[in-house]
Design a binder for this molecule. Structure first.
Ligand code: ADP
Ligand code: PAZ
Ligand code: K
Length: 244
């Protein structure tokens, strides 16, 4: 069995695979000491662990320690690459690109080999464009929902409001409405610009992942919603690397 881990800045998502079949999906908040207790029944069958991480080095070391309590299997970290299977990175220094962005692009590219935009609505929101020849055209990094909520609350003295999960982009008529509706209005505007870019660049599809994907769908984004996209890309890379 292979244990795949997608470690973001908010949540750790994991997936246990056996011969290409998903045996177990799990996850939890990054700051909790991840125990992987639910993996114990499978621990002895784990042959290797593959990790895609964008968290801090401290989190990475803590993850190594947690994993060592579950399995003695080798742990391999996979980072962003120059190219993979015809997909080509536009970064001059690929080591600087978040592994999650690269693995999301690998998953969207391999098996389809058609142009796309990929949106990962996580702690930060990332958007990447890839043309029909597999060339990464570039992308964007934006603050995620909770980042924006926190900065409004912490950086503006008179903006106190309760988060409202209800999505409404109509003009607000109170501080809470102006803040909550403002965040929805901003995402709705982002969706419109994204769809404009997709049309202008002639991209054939939009692939969406991340914990806040539902908000993008509610605010008008038409996309293939693939919650495990990063894990899917990590699995492709790990398999190709293990086959040498
Ligand atoms: N169970 C959850 N715990 C924390 N955040 C969640 C959860 N489910 C959805 N979210 C939302 O998803 C976002 C984190 O998405 P995720 O893609 O897991 O982030 P990352 O990959 O950056 O760790 C949070 O900002 C939050 O709004
Ligand atoms: C932009 C990100 C923080 C998004 O990660 P996440 O929201 O999943 O925690 C991550 O892709 C990252 O750390 N990128 C490094 C900078 C770059 O990609 O250029
Ligand atoms: K992510």
């Amino acid at each position: 069995m292979i244990l795949l881990l997608d470690c973001g800045n908010t949540r750790l998502k994991w997936r246990l695979m056996a011969d290409g079949v998903v045996v177990h999906d799990g996850g939890g908040a990054l700051e909790e000491t991840v125990t992987f207790a639910e993996l114990t029944p499978y621990a002895r069958k784990i042959d290797r662990v593959a990790v895609s991480t964008v968290a801090s080095e401290q989190s990475r070391l803590r993850l190594d320690e947690s994993l060592a309590t579950v399995t003695a299997a080798p742990v391999r970290y996979h980072w962003a690459e120059v190219s993979r299977d015809g997909l080509r990175n536009s970064y001059q220094d690929v080591a600087k690109m978040g592994a999650d962005r690269w693995h999301a692009m690998v998953a969207a590219w391999v098996g389809a080999r058609r142009s796309f935009a990929v949106v990962d609505a996580g702690s930060a929101v990332t958007i990447d464009y890839v043309d029909g020849q597999g060339q990464h055209l570039g992308g964007y990094i934006l603050p995620g929902l909770n980042m924006m909520r926190r900065s409004l609350k912490l950086d503006a003295a008179r903006i106190g409001f309760e988060y409202d999960e209800q999505i409404n982009a109509a003009p607000g008529q109170s501080t809470g409405e102006c803040a909550n509706h403002g965040l929805a209005w901003l995402t709705e505007s982002l969706v419109q610009r994204l769809l404009g870019d997709v049309g202008r660049l002639g991209l054939e599809r939009v692939v969406l992942t991340g914990g806040d994907a539902g908000r993008f769908l509610s605010l008008g984004l038409k996309a293939e919603h693939r919650p495990g996209l990063v894990l899917e890309g990590l699995e492709i890379v790990d398999l190709q690397e293990s086959q040498g």
